[in-house]
Design a protein around this ligand. Structure first.
Ligand code: PLP
Length: 224
């Protein structure tokens, strides 16, 4: 199942978005076993993204094939120490205090951490991130912190069947990303798109999608 899903997705997902940028598929691995994750990697997955620090730590030594590592979940500042130096890209820098702490700890360790700044594109209560109107100030401030490299933006679209709304929000994110790209030379990724909306997101200019269900099937939240 996993092998077929990965194979089909790798055929289906265009190599480039309409702007000619390479599209990176990140496999969202929350609640998956190391064995299943390794099957996905064997089938061609090159990038994996974790949500929970504990899961990341538990499975770390059992992941094979040396994939690029992403952290895509909400991160508590007191858990940064477990990820430092092991994560290639932090997608979900959703508040100033997290950026400051990540910068401080990266500096102390003598490394630079690559991050994306999370935008709450639908302005939803339940989601983290900066609003569109806060984004400009936030990106500027965070970009000036030492030991962080701001590589772009991340967003989660609302869960809705309203495709017109999804297109509109995704397009808005791309416009925001393009504005920043003019001023910030390290901007390279717009991480936007999950199993239900990735096609719309790529059409509107996303160049990094995060898929879980489409690879592993429905998650079993009862399995621990
Ligand atoms: C779980 C998760 C995904 C993947 O969701 P699916 O709908 O299963 O593809 C993507 N991004 C984040 C931040 C997630 O937590």
């Amino acid at each position: 199942m996993i092998e077929q899903n990965v194979k089909k997705l790798l055929e289906e997902i265009p190599a480039c978005n309409p702007l000619g940028e390479k599209v990176t598929l990140v496999s969202a691995v929350k609640l998956q076993t190391a064995e299943d994750i390794n099957r996905a990697i064997c089938a061609g997955i090159t990038d994996i993204g974790d949500n929970h620090v504990q899961e990341f730590r538990d499975k770390y030594d059992f992941i094979e094939g040396n994939p690029r590592r992403h952290f895509i979940g909400r991160l508590q500042t007191n858990k940064i120490k477990y990820l430092l130096g092991k994560v290639d890209l932090y997608h979900s820098v959703d508040r100033m205090s997290l950026a400051e702490e990540l910068s401080k700890r990266s500096l102390a360790k003598g490394i630079t951490s690559n991050i994306l700044i999370e935008i709450n594109v639908g302005e939803e209560e339940s989601k983290g991130g900066f609003t569109m109107s806060e984004a400009k100030e936030a990106v500027k401030t965070i970009n000036s912190l030492p030991a962080l490299k701001v590589k772009g933006l991340m967003a989660m679209l609302p869960f809705t069947d309203d495709e017109a709304l999804l297109h509109k929000l995704a397009k808005g994110m791309r416009t925001l990303y393009d504005e920043f790209k003019k001023d910030f030379k390290d901007f390279e990724y717009l991480s936007m798109g999950m199993s239900g909306d990735w096609k719309i997101c790529i059409e509107e200019g996303s160049n990094m999608i995060r898929l879980g269900t489409a690879i592993f099937g429905a998650r079993n939240y009862n399995k621990t």
